[in-house]
Design a protein around this ligand. Sequence first.
Ligand code: SF4
Length: 331
Amino acid sequence: MQLTYSKNVFIPLTNACRNRCGYCGFRSDRPRIMSKREVVDILKKGRRARCKEALFTFGEKPEVIPQIKKKLEHWGYSSIIEYLYKLCEDAIKYGLLPHSNPGVISEEDMRLLREVNASMGLMLENSSERLCQEGMPHYYSPGKNPKERIKVIETAGKLRIPFTTGVLIGIGETWDELLDSIKLLKSLNDKYGHIQEVIIQNFKPKPGTPMENRPEPSIRYMVEAVRLARKTMPTMSIQVPPNLILGSLELYLDAGANDLGGISPFTKDYINPEADWPKIEDLEMVSRKLGVRLRERLPIYPRFISKGWYSEKLKDLIHSYSDSEGLVKWS
Ligand code: SF4
């Protein structure tokens, strides 16, 4: 059995966001946005640490916050997408393949970002509109309306963008709603063939948020969610976040997980800053004990490399990093 991960740098571009999800500890009412210099500094360190992926994560439509809009304009950008595009070009220049999570954006913006992203991502979270009702975690989050998110995932399929998505577990969904969400992702992938991995992510309560006292899902529930995803999508890569499930890896692998997502040698998980990334050497040791082959992969999965689902701007980098299997040839 093979277990994959991507060695990356995590770049939390801005914590400004138009949404207010009940579980979010990342968004801030006094937001900041990283300057190009700060980003380039991380990219340079990433290059030195032999990372291959630059993960850009940030709040949705941050320009609706006046101070962020003003800052972008001051730097000469009309939108966060325009700024992101330039930073992705920098990432490529420093030898890192961009993977952006820009939230709900237009088809035009996705088409633009496709040129400079090896893959992109948007969590479905859950397909149930019930979670957007009053008293539920997505009530103050227009961007978490499942219809909006499904549209983005579909657009990615039409544009042939290798795509990462997933579900958030333990936010008040029922088992049937989870099942519906996973079936929906399957049907989108059956139609467009563009989903490269499905993340099964556990909710973690964050101090100071409306859901700070809500218990996180049990390991048993999480393992069953992974099993459900594996049963529904037998050939899909099923990802579990290694810093949130450490200690129970064997159970997750038994249930069908086969990918650990991004692991950074020096940047934090800014969404779950309390949870350190495991060291790759430690993971190698655990994998060996479990009889599993740990392999580094790129942010674009092998089958999309074979199909040529990447732009000319990324071609040389992808080819220089990948071996005949489409995985990383050196680490
Ligand atoms: S979880 Fe994401 S979309 Fe929701 S408030 Fe936080 S940053 Fe915004």
